[in-house]
Write a new protein. Structure first.
Ligand code: FES
Ligand SMILES: [Fe+2]
Length: 394
């Protein structure tokens, strides 16, 4: 924290800085390497088709496709022959064929055909490999692992999405539920993720300041307690309700980017959805969501509305008059300046989450496995106590 001169003049502000080790996601950075030890969603299952689809994740541009046999593939876009992009390739039964000289690559980058090399490349094709990443599908999403192959963990299973009540099924959404605005937010992923451990912004931003954006009870200032657990940080929020009852709301952050947050409209009971904060790069993120639902299309309809309109339909004055999460988080800048912060008691959850991320990044840098990386069957199960728990007056 910079020392502040008595007069407080902006003239004396030092050059602002952000904590790169906590925020930047490129390969070789501390956080980039921590993030690369986990699986991340790269698309809906329906995004992998016979049409090559460009995707960007952790600052890397890749091509997603699904071969004729139904297998999804995620390849580095520049063809390993002479570098044109596989975006213009054609997907076939066994893989994707580059448009330029027709080299054919399967979902793991093996070259299967070189039509204009002698003998269709019989003696050459085994010597090249298109760079690739493994993918797995679950919950209607495609997950990718961009880390060192020898450290690839099992794809997690979330209790929230595995234990279904009667009539429920799991549905996925890619429209950035929880960003407060559009699907792709122009700021650092951590500004969104650490907001999950900031329950005291709720009665201010989402109620007092902007009018009631969720439901009235969320405007009550809660008593909050935070705790670190094996996989992340959890908050316990207790609200004394007007009817004499109590609302115990529990929210969780699971490393490295997972939100386990029950409905802010206070549907009673256990949390119904998981949100993955996906860093597209260091200055842009999106959110993928999967939820237990009873009706198809429900997720698409719960998008935030302000006086009946979508965030994108609001005027600039309305954004100023009733800001929400998008305005507050994008308003912190592309990557917030940590050097200018003054953290208080209400920021304890944010401090704990940042500390845990730093610790786990250091563990990876020292050659260890990070929290929650599971390698034996059964250990990839992630329990949750998140939910809205109501107790009536005694
Ligand atoms: S550049 Fe792809 S086959 Fe030649
Ligand atoms: Fe919020």
């Amino acid at each position: 924290m910079p020392s502040q001169r008595q007069d407080g003049s902006a003239y004396h502000l030092p050059n602002p800085q952000y904590e790169a080790g906590l925020t930047r996601v490129e390969r070789g950075t501390p956080m980039g390497e921590l993030l690369r030890r986990y699986w991340h969603p790269v698309g809906l299952a329906s995004d992998a088709t016979s049409r090559p689809r460009p995707v960007r994740i952790l600052g890397e541009d890749l091509i997603l496709f699904r071969d004729g046999g139904g297998r999804a593939g995620l390849l580095y876009p520049r063809c390993c022959h002479r570098g044109t992009t596989l975006y213009y390739g054609k997907v076939e039964e066994r893989g994707i064929r580059c448009c330029y000289h027709g080299w054919l690559f399967d979902a793991e980058g093996h070259c299967l055909d070189m039509p204009v090399e002698p003998g269709n490349g019989a003696s050459f094709k085994h010597k090249v490999r298109q760079p690739w990443y493994p993918v797995e599908e679950r919950y209607g999403l495609i997950f990718a692992y961009l880390g060192p192959p020898e450290h690839k963990p099992l794809l997690p299973r979330f209790q929230v999405l595995e234990e279904l009540d009667d009539g429920e099924f799991v549905e996925a959404d890619d429209q950035g539920i929880g960003t407060g605005g559009g699907p792709v937010a122009p700021c650092n992923w951590l500004q969104h993720f650490e907001n999950v451990m900031d329950p005291l912004h709720v009665p201010v931003l989402h109620d007092g300041f902007s009018g009631t954006q969720f439901v009235g009870a969320m405007g009550i200032v809660p008593d909050v307690r935070f705790e670190t657990f094996a996989l992340g940080v959890r908050s316990y929020q207790v609200r004394k309700l007007d009817n004499g009852g109590t609302l115990n709301r529990i929210s969780e952050t699971v490393l490295p980017t997972v939100r386990v947050v029950a409905s802010p409209r206070l549907t009673p009971g256990r949390c119904e959805s998981i949100g993955w904060t996906l860093p597209i790069d260091s200055e842009t993120y999106t959110v993928y969501t999967a939820a237990r639902v009873r009706e198809a299309g429900v997720l698409g309809r719960i998008r935030s509305r302000f006086g009946g309109r979508l965030w994108s339909e609001l005027t600039e004055r309305e954004h100023q008059d009733m800001p929400g999460d998008w305005e507050a988080q994008v308003g912190q800048g592309r990557i917030t300046f940590h050097s200018e912060e003054h953290l208080g008691a209400s920021d304890r959850g944010v401090i704990m989450l940042r500390k845990m991320l730093r610790t786990e990044a250091a563990k990876v840098a020292a050659g260890g496995h990070p929290a929650g990386a599971a390698f034996t069957a059964g250990s990839e199960w992630i329990e949750s106590s998140a939910g809205n728990w109501f107790a009536s007056a005694q």
